[in-house]
Design a protein around this ligand. Structure first.
Ligand SMILES: Nc1ncnc2c1ncn2[C@@H]1O[C@H](COP(=O)(O)OP(=O)(O)OP(=O)(O)O)[C@@H](O)[C@H]1O
Length: 538
């Protein structure tokens, strides 16, 4: 076999593996999309915070939590509220994020995302969204996830920008433009306006939209916004819960600069009943303003759920801001927070009644037992498919990364045994096998989930069969049976990066002269069986 043809074959392997990776990823995305569709595009979770040390707690709690149910005992009667997922007092930030994670990820599949923390003051909204030192909340975990997706999935073409704003008594404050001085505010914060386009998209004019290049930078910007929120609350309002705090991340397509998707992470103002708090003056006005906007939010979500023709977005600044991220094609999750204390029972019932209204139409309760079972089965299937695909993608990715460095090393090293064989030949065999292995997984995940554009073309089929034949040819002519094949280190290949161009510029001879590759010896490790073991679902 000529050296040029080995180069060609390895290039074909690269393309095949790349296509397998993309195909598998596309399947994962389709499965995830279906999963979220079945679960519902507007979902409601509940979280009950632990007792505070100053609170009265007794052995028999007035509230009990099951996976998707909260039972409240009040004045001798029992009320039951169904949610999509209920988190009890022992739930961790990770438990909550795990349920929110697929929704955040769906931004890369073309969905606008909105995560809202709702509840009475002091029930843990800020804890869930911001977190505390050493125990980050949804905002930071989501940002970490987005950067991980961008780097891992090699979608460098995406860029992220971030904005933070506060809605206080119907006015908007740009938290990233506020000066870090307790008594002064940047004049820029005074001229923010919401522009609703006829296309249905919303633009916020005058709002800082800062590019974030990495997680560290995003964290520092987020902390700046948080500090500004505290600053503005000492200036203007008594406590932060008297306002809504919104963090927006925009995912843009870096090549065309066009907006891809928006992610809104919202810490809503406390939902107190004003009579109970005995509020007066400015506090009363703040409370009224928050309650009006929360009720407007409830109306919007209810209208969307009931698929009403008119959705009353214009009734509050909050719903205007979120209008392109709550409706069709968006993924929304509302996390309602409650206190475990008996003293807060009436507030808790109000909060859960709000949650019930938000869930309304799509609630499990309206489904027959049989439909519920079918739905649960399909959810479990799709969940399994998504997880399998994620696992396999991870394996492919590891192989790809290892191969990238392995190839670079081999091209630079000398052959220790003076063998004239090119390391590329060995790589070709393994790459093609990995590629074929990935195809098996794609088939296993089912043809129904393959998007139309992923169907094999005539040339891809030819390439695939040529790859199979060439493996056999190489086994027979160069190395005999596969069990004799041993590799130094791990082998696979890069779907991007400098390798393709390196291949074109370097001759195989050069690589062979400088490369060192032993097919025997005590340090030798055979990666193929190991790879199979880890992917035994095939
Ligand atoms: N799940 C939890 N685990 C541990 N501590 C929690 C949890 N939820 C809330 N807390 C603690 O309870 C207190 C009140 O929580 P937090 O400030 O998040 O409430 P909030 O609903 O945001 O209040 P506000 O509306 O006033 O902003 C904080 O000290 C917080 O650390």
């Amino acid at each position: 076999m000529g050296e040029a043809s080995v180069e060609e074959m390895v290039e074909q392997d690269i393309m095949a593996l790349q296509s397998r990776y993309q195909s598998l990823d596309a399947k994962r995305r389709v499965a995830l999309d279906k999963l979220l569709d079945i679960k519902g595009s507007i979902r409601v979770f509940s979280r009950i915070r632990p007792f505070k040390s100053a609170e009265n707690w007794r052995n028999s709690l007035p509230i009990s939590v099951e996976t998707d149910k909260i039972k409240v005992k009040s004045l001798g009667s029992k009320k039951e509220f169904i949610v999509d997922r209920a988190f009890d007092q022992n739930s961790t930030q990770e438990d909550v994020y795990k349920e929110v994670q697929p929704i955040i990820k769906s931004a890369f599949d073309g969905h606008n995302v909105c995560v809202l923390a709702y509840g009475q003051t002091g029930t843990g909204k800020t804890y869930t969204m911001e977190g505390v030192r050493g125990n980050p909340g949804i905002v930071l975990l989501a940002m970490e996830e987005l950067f991980r997706e961008i780097t891992q999935e090699k979608c460098e073409k995406y860029t992220l920008t971030m904005s933070m704003l506060e809605v206080y008594m119907g006015s908007l404050k740009d938290l990233l433009a506020l000066k870090q001085h307790p008594l002064r505010m940047d004049p820029a914060t005074k001229s923010i306006s919401i522009m609703a386009r006829t296309s249905g998209t919303v633009e916020i004019e005058g709002l800082t939209d800062a590019e974030i290049m990495n997680f560290k930078q995003a964290t520092s910007l987020y902390n700046k916004g948080r500090r500004a929120r505290v600053t503005s609350s000492t200036n203007v309002n008594e406590t932060s819960s008297r306002s809504h705090c919104l963090t927006r991340i925009i995912v843009r397509d870096g090549e065309k600069g066009k907006v891809v998707r928006k992610i809104w992470l919202v810490d809503l103002g406390g939902s107190e009943r004003l009579l109970k708090t005995g509020a007066l003056g400015q506090t009363l006005d703040e409370g009224k303003s928050i309650n009006l906007s929360l009720s407007a939010l409830g109306d919007v979500i209810a209208a969307l759920k009931q698929k009403k023709h008119h959705v009353p977005y214009r009734n509050s600044k909050l719903t205007q801001l979120l209008s392109d991220s709550l409706g069709e094609g968006s993924r929304v999750v509302m996390i309602v927070h409650t206190s475990p204390s008996e003293d807060d029972l009436l507030e808790t019932i109000c909060t859960l009644t709000f949650a019930k209204r938000v869930r309304s139409i799509e609630s499990n309760r309206e489904l027959s037992e049989e439909t519920k079972k079918i739905r649960q089965k399909r959810i479990a299937e799709l969940d399994h498919i998504t997880k399998e695909a994620e696992k396999e993608l991870q394996i492919l990715k590891v192989q790809i990364e290892k191969a990238e460095s392995s190839i670079r090393e081999k091209n630079q090293a000398q052959f220790a045994d003076g063998s004239p064989r090119s390391p590329l030949v060995l790589e070709h065999v393994e790459f093609a096998e990995i590629s074929q292995h990935a195809e098996k997984i794609i088939k296993k995940l089912g043809p129904n989930l393959r998007p139309h554009f992923m169907a094999p073309t005539v040339s891809s089929k030819q390439r695939q069969s040529a790859t199979g034949e060439s493996i056999q040819k190489l086994r027979n002519s160069k190395f005999g049976h596969k069990k004799n094949l041993n590799f130094l280190g791990s082998h696979s290949l890069s779907v991007t990066g400098p390798f393709i161009s390196n291949l074109k510029s370097k001759s195989v001879d050069q690589g062979a002269r400088r490369g060192s590759h032993s097919t025997n010896g005590p340090t030798v490790r055979n990666i193929l069986p190991q790879h199979r073991r880890r992917t035994s679902i095939c």
